[in-house]
Design a binder for this molecule. Structure first.
Ligand code: ADP
Ligand code: MG
Length: 405
């Protein structure tokens, strides 16, 4: 029955506007209490579908479709303990462990079982989509279930909240709230970059918590020493506990694919597993999106276009748009400073955001071999160290485009 209703809904969408279906790969589709629930990965996907779909829903479905943001599905805390920002979906049990992430997983478990005692802070870093947020959330859920008070925040949200508190003259409340929790999970700390006031506030909260043996867990897309425009004293705090990297090796990727297929009640066929191994990048979010796509639209759809190439194209296109260039100008050999700079930034972002190989990036950028790509990436990395403005632009694009993949 359940399946039927979702199927009917999908068939309806396909009739109304086929392009809506591809948007759905950013959603979990569920049926609850006679309603179709579309749970969005991110704000943007939610907004886009809201605009494009809700107003057009025909009679049969009007009022029966609800859009929700994943974060809204969150845990509300039990009786006495304050719990904020957690989503029950993430646990240690549903985290697939393998070579590349075993150490991070084990340390995370130990921290959850003995918070504040052994590894403080715990700093997890690694590329996008490799399970950093998952591990932070799993620690949080574990501790919350033991009655601890927990706050999970992305550094960006933390910063915005602080700014609001200052505006409202409530900075003391803000500090007190954070200082009083047993466990603080701060995600995406690379976005503390350049936010001096936030860094000062966080530094003070950190010290306070640390001295009272309260656990702090941080996640970032890079090692503490690679953080840009973050104060030295914070970096040395970040390095003061344990720093672990999460990676994704091929065996673990394979296990993850199998597990995710099972979770979505899809048959684990060799040819589908192989296809997914090939067509997805080393990014579990990408893998999940592709599998959801299979669930919704069948496997033939995936065959048509590789997701990996798609992501590369998107990164390149968004970069071109940002610099006001036509795609062909970005890809051409022209030597104008703006175009060549944008081209190098695009290469750098492809590398950061997609996990595609250098050769694949070279191909997507219309280059014959990958030495140009290596050169471009190095150049941007070096110049970002010196050039604050460039570094801001690149960080902005990284976040902006990353959110859209
Ligand atoms: P990150 O924070 O590193 O960018 P996330 O933790 O958000 O990545 O992971 C992206 C998605 O992939 C999430 O839905 C997460 O549950 C899933 N995921 C990542 N790693 C694993 C894993 N080892 N086992 C199961 N699911 C995973
Ligand atoms: Mg994350």
């Amino acid at each position: 029955m359940e399946e039927l209703n979702i199927k009917a809904f999908l068939a309806y969408l396909e009739r109304v506007d086929r392009s809506l279906l591809s948007l759905l790969s950013h959603f979990r589709v569920e049926e609850r209490k006679g309603k179709i629930l579309l749970i969005a990965e991110n704000e943007r996907a939610k907004e886009e579908l809201e605009q494009r779909l809700l107003s057009r829903l025909g009679n049969g479905f009007r009022g029966k479709v609800e859009l929700r943001l994943e974060r809204e599905e969150e845990e509300k805390g039990t009786e006495n303990n304050l719990v904020e920002g957690l989503n029950r979906r993430f646990s240690f049990d549903n985290f697939v462990v393998g070579e590349g992430n075993r150490l991070a997983y084990e340390v995370a478990r130990e921290v959850a079982e003995n918070p504040g005692r052994i590894y403080n802070p715990l700093f997890i870093y690694g590329n996008v989509g490799l399970g950093k947020t998952h591990l932070l959330q799993a620690i949080g859920n574990f501790c919350a279930s033991r009655g601890m008070s927990v706050i999970y925040r992305s550094a960006t949200d933390f910063s915005e909240e602080m700014v609001e508190a200052i505006k409202a003259g409530r900075i003391k409340d803000f500090r007190d709230r954070y200082r009083s929790v047993d466990l603080l999970l701060l995600d995406d700390v690379q976005f503390l970059s350049g936010k001096d006031r936030t860094q000062v506030e966080f530094f003070n909260i950190f010290n306070h918590m640390f001295l009272s043996e309260k656990q702090i867990v941080l996640a970032s897309d890079r090692h503490p020493r690679e953080l840009r425009d973050v104060s030295d004293r914070l970096i040395s705090r970040f390095e003061g506990g344990v720093v672990v990297e999460v990676c994704l090796d091929e065996m673990t990727k394979l296990e993850i694919i199998k597990r995710k297929l099972q979770e979505l009640k899809l048959e684990v066929q060799d040819r589908i597993v192989e296809l997914l191994m090939e067509q997805t990048s080393n990014n579990v979010r990408d893998i999940e999106g592709t599998i959801r796509g299979i669930k919704l639209k069948g496997v033939s759809h995936i065959k048509e276009k590789g997701k990996r190439t798609n992501d590369l194209e998107k990164v390149i296109l968004y970069t071109a748009v940002h610099f006001g260039l036509k795609l062909e100008d970005l890809l051409s050999n022209r030597r104008s400073r703006r175009a060549s700079r944008a081209r190098q930034i695009a290469m750098y972002l492809c590398r950061k955001l997609t996990n595609a190989s250098l050769i694949e990036i070279a191909r997507a950028m219309g280059r014959k071999d990958h030495s140009t790509v290596i050169h471009g990436i190095k150049k941007i990395e070096q110049e970002m160290k010196r050039d604050r403005k460039l570094s801001h632009i690149v960080s902005f694009l990284e976040k902006h485009i990353g959110d859209r993949l």
